[in-house]
Design a protein around this ligand. Structure first.
Ligand code: ADP
Ligand code: NI
Length: 223
């Protein structure tokens, strides 16, 4: 009993320190991975983990650390993952949990193509949480924020969405932001790994569809 309590406290301390680490590393990040993205993914990961009976500690910790290794922030994957590994070692996270978390972080990134779903339930939960934050009202806001930072126009009826693209094309081409809905955001609902996330995705998907309907009606001057 006592031991259980000590472990719980330890988990809370580690999570609080991971939060401080992520806040410091990502505050002011403007590519769509700012600290508040991490805070939302963590909250979603916790909710989904509870519903799916996954290990909430592993899910929350992986969510908090998931973007620190991203090449957009760390420069390259190898040094990014090494940074997260060093942090986990310094905070005495047990080896099995440490390797699990590193494995989750390495497997959840989406870059234009499709990778196999993460191997563990916890990995699937964190990936769902990260993907949910790209859709719905928040997803719409993030898409236009990204478009602004990258100098993209809102919409151009003459530019059709791309159906297949390389990771390089996905990042570099100057396509209008509305196209991103067809190239990624509207596809995410059917890519959820867990039942609970699928339910959350339904509502977020409807919000995006309603937004697009309204957008085109206003574009044409019909509303
Ligand atoms: P990740 O897939 O690792 O979360 P991205 O940089 O692809 O990272 O996405 C970060 C945010 O920016 C997401 O909300 C995503 O939908 C948005 N985003 C990415 N590419 C585009 C784009 N071409 N146009 C609009 N939004 C984008
Ligand atoms: Ni993310």
């Amino acid at each position: 009993m006592q031991q259980e309590k000590a472990t719980t406290m330890n988990h809370d301390t580690i999570l609080a320190e991971a939060e401080a680490f992520a806040r410091e590393a990502l505050t002011g990040e403007s590519s769509g991975h700012d600290w508040w993205h991490i805070a939302r993914v963590r909250a979603l990961a916790r909710t989904i983990a509870a519903a799916e009976r996954a290990d909430t500690f592993v899910c929350e910790l992986a969510a908090l650390l998931h973007d620190i290794a991203d090449p957009k922030i760390a420069g390259d994957w190898e040094s990014g993952l090494a940074r997260v590994r060093d942090w986990l070692v310094a905070h005495d996270v047990p080896t099995a949990e440490r390797e699990h978390i590193l494995d989750i972080i390495a497997s959840i990134s989406f870059a234009g193509g499709s990778k196999p779903a993460p191997k563990t339930l916890e990995g699937r939960v964190v990936q769902d949480a990260d993907r949910l934050d790209a859709i719905g009202a928040i997803g719409i806001a993030r898409a236009f924020a990204y478009g602004g930072v990258h100098g993209r126009i809102l919409y151009d009826p003459a530019v059709a969405p791309r159906e297949a693209m390389t990771a390089e094309e996905y990042r570099s081409q100057m396509t209008p932001t509305i196209n991103h809905f067809y190239e990624k955001l509207l596809l995410l609902k059917d890519r959820m790994n867990t039942n609970y996330a699928r339910q959350l995705a339904e509502q977020r998907h409807r919000v995006m569809q309603a937004f697009l309907d309204e957008f085109y009606a206003e574009w044409d001057g019909s509303r």
